[in-house]
Ligand binder design. Structure first.
Ligand SMILES: [Mg+2]
Ligand SMILES: [Zn+2]
Length: 200
């Protein structure tokens, strides 16, 4: 059931933001290792009234590395960890396709974010999208979301690759915990032209 249009959304990439990224893909609950502080960060955002949603590319499904049943278990595991600490992940939206499938949901395409906007009947204006890869920033900027980069996961190599316009003044945080700290303390403005000032 859709929530009120004043839902305060925060959208997170999964691998490299919530749990450790793996070049071999996260194919089981055992391979899903939370990044220190990330579960607590989601709880704090959730307790502060934010609706925290995940948008994740899971091409391991198209590649035959795991099935959607196993993926559901992995997501239940993460949701349970958050719930045990008193928070909530409101939804997991994933793209099961591969790079050659030409779908509209695999980031950098904005399809997942658009689905989240529709599901929660919420505007994306100023909604932070936190990711560790360039394609996360691209998906965010293809919508009205505010792109945020974390240095965890692939974030350090994303930065090393150089962030060209329009991402040169993108907000960058060490990890999800640091983003949550700053967001909850209101340490930055979401007005255009004010991004990142002093908080890189
Ligand atoms: Mg990622
Ligand atoms: Zn897709």
């Amino acid at each position: 059931m859709a929530q009120a249009s004043d839902t305060k959304l925060i959208i997170l990439d999964r691998d490299g933001v919530i749990n450790e990224d793996s070049d071999a893909f996260v194919k089981s609950v055992d391979e899903c290792v939370p990044i220190p502080g990330s579960i607590d960060a989601i709880c704090r955002l959730s307790k502060a009234g934010y609706t925290v949603v995940v948008a994740t590319n899971q091409s391991g499904i198209a590649r035959g590395l795991l099935d959607e049943y196993t993926l559901a278990h992995i997501h239940q595991y993460l949701a349970d960890l958050v719930e045990e600490s008193g928070g909530m992940i409101a939804g997991f939206f994933y793209c099961p396709h591969g790079p050659e499938d030409g779908c509209f949901c695999r980031k950098p395409e904005p399809g997942l974010i658009d689905r989240i906007s529709a599901e929660f009947a919420s505007s994306l204006e100023g909604v932070p999208f936190v990711g560790d890869s360039l394609r996360d920033l691209q998906a965010a900027s293809a919508t009205a979301c505010l792109p945020v980069l974390v240095r965890s996961g692939k974030g350090e190599s994303t930065l090393a690759g150089g962030l060209a316009a329009p991402f040169s003044d993108c907000l960058v945080y060490p990890n999800l915990a640091a983003f949550a700290d700053a967001w909850l303390e209101g340490h930055f403005s979401t007005k255009p032209g004010m991004l990142g000032a002093g908080y890189k």
